[in-house]
Design a protein around this ligand. Structure first.
Ligand SMILES: Cc1ncc(COP(=O)(O)O)c(C=O)c1O
Length: 498
């Protein structure tokens, strides 16, 4: 006897037949124009116009005002070699900023490509979640061999921002495990940039970059940086000024209650605002303050690391012993994405005993990136790139200092192969440009003029307007003169036009 079908059975049968019916997507993939794919399939040439149009139609570029591009004019970079790169029209540029403070060994090193290919053939990928692979193991040992000796562990990420994010999360969990659960706040410095994820951006000291994304992660606080050029006149020496700046850290810890403060993050040489250095006494003092209140000291060496400041780590140059050190960029010279957080053994202790750090990234410590990093470090050692920076930094400084004779140049500052030229409206009073003027000066005039003259460097007004230089560590005095000559012409013109 046939049984009567239940209501639920009917519903299930109806759904099943619906699921079998072909689903029409809202926009069929076939409706989209794919001129590049079509040309590839047909074996036709991929033209410049195709790339320019597709770039405009499909890409959302980072930190980019898309309204600036007239039709089809997004610059397309097609090749690079040494300290030069070329655009799609065949124009050659001097890479005065190592692309993004990153390509420290210079472009086009075949041996890094070979190291990547070899690793891909051996072990393309495996996560470092409860497993390890030889390149991540070897690289952790190698990085630590250059680091301050109190740092004994490496947590790999894919970049600097992730490593900063990791540092804060680790600090919070560490204090919870140590029975100090209220220690969670982070203090950072004015105008410093630490990345774009919610945590890293919260620690960033640039309000204009943050307001679109607020509310951010609460519990971060700013103290003064070490901008000596803009120091109040009452300070007679840089040491007196930076001593005062360090005191503000102690004051902030006390304002916020030491029982709630987990960490202080800083760059030994701060990039954003334009290469703010400090005397060793400043770093000694912030270390003492952090020790006094059980606050972890985090050195963000995303840019400073790997030779940029004339030492493998700026912490070495300035005799800093941070509890955590963040690095990225120069670690692979940007041939592959990789970042790392180095930490003191005391921070690892509770995890050694069984606590779990529930944190990680799919591509953190990717075996191919680690292989590339190892080969990159071989280049550093074989070519003594840090020695090259140390031998030439005086000549670089001297050459750039020549620009001080220009009325628009207020300051030239930096260290190693990491320099900023601050531009001012009035040299005597140090009056700076207002936001609108700075925008016109940097983006309206200077960036274009320098690019036209074949020099790629950074024009930045996250603090007061600066032009920044961070060339590959391979260059020497001839190239310093080339940079100075191009800059001189562009700055004279920019001054005339303002
Ligand atoms: C000092 C500093 N920290 C963090 C970051 C963020 O690094 P990433 O872009 O690799 O996340 C940067 C990037 O330029 C940086 O300069």
């Amino acid at each position: 006897m046939a049984t009567k079908e239940s209501q639920a059975g009917k519903l299930v049968r109806g759904l099943a037949s619906k699921l079998k019916a072909p689903v029409k997507p809202a926009i069929a993939a076939a409706d989209r124009a794919t001129p590049i794919a079509d040309a590839r399939k047909a074996g036709r040439e991929i033209t410049k116009a195709m790339l320019e149009n597709a770039a405009k139609d499909n890409l959302f570029l980072h930190f980019t005002n898309h309204a600036q591009f007239p039709k089809g004019k997004i610059p397309i970079i097609v090749k690079a070699e040494g300290h030069h790169f070329w655009d799609i029209d065949g124009n050659k540029y001097f890479d005065g900023i190592s692309s993004l403070f990153s390509v420290n060994i210079g472009h086009g090193r075949e041996r890094l490509a070979e190291a990547a290919a070899k690793q891909m053939k051996q072990l393309d990928y495996f996560p470092i979640w409860s497993h390890a692979h030889p390149t991540s193991i070897e690289l952790s040992e190698r990085i630590l061999s250059y680091a301050p000796k109190n740092l004994t562990r490496v947590f790999f990420t894919t970049g600097g921002g992730e490593a900063n994010e990791t540092a804060w999360k680790l600090a919070k969990q560490y204090f919870k495990l140590m029975g100090k659960p209220t220690k969670h706040k982070v203090i950072s410095r004015a105008v410093a940039y630490h990345g774009t994820s919610h945590g890293a951006l919260s620690m960033t000291g640039i309000p204009a970059m943050k307001k679109q994304f607020e509310p951010l992660v609460p519990s971060t606080f700013r103290v003064p940086n070490t901008n000596w050029y803009r120091a109040p006149e009452e300070f007679e020496t840089e040491e007196a000024f930076t001593n005062w700046a360090a005191d503000r850290l102690e004051e902030m810890i006390l304002f916020e209650d030491p029982d709630t403060v987990a960490a202080f993050i800083f760059e030994p040489v701060q990039n954003s605002g334009g290469c703010f250095t400090a005397p060793n006494s400043y770093f000694k003092k912030i270390r003492e303050i952090c020790d006094k209140y059980d606050v972890l000291l985090i050195a963000d060496e995303t840019i400073d690391g790997f030779g940029r400041t004339g030492a493998m780590f700026a912490s070495e140059r300035y005799e800093i012993e941070p509890d955590m050190l963040v690095c990225a960029k120069g670690l692979t010279s940007a041939y592959a994405p990789l970042g790392a957080l180095l930490l003191a053994e005391k921070l690892f202790e509770p995890f050694k005993k069984g606590a779990l750090f529930p944190h990680g990234y799919t591509y953190g410590g990717h075996p191919v990136s680690c292989a590339v990093a190892l080969e990159n470090l071989n280049v550093f050692d074989e070519e003594d790139l840090v020695g090259n920076v140390r031998r030439n930094e005086g000549a670089f400084k001297e050459t750039l200092e020549k620009l001080r004779d220009l009325p628009i140049v207020g300051d030239v500052r930096g260290v190693g192969y990491f320099w900023a030229i601050e531009l001012v409206k009035n040299k005597q009073t140090k009056e700076t440009f207002n936001d609108k003027e700075a925008d016109r000066l940097l983006r309206g005039i200077l960036s274009h003029r320098m690019f036209e003259e074949g020099l790629y460097c950074r024009s930045d007004d996250r603090g007061d307007p600066v032009v920044q230089l961070a060339p590959p560590l391979t260059i020497g005095p001839d190239q310093f003169t080339e940079i100075e000559q191009i800059l001189r012409g562009c700055l004279i013109e920019a001054h005339r036009e303002m």
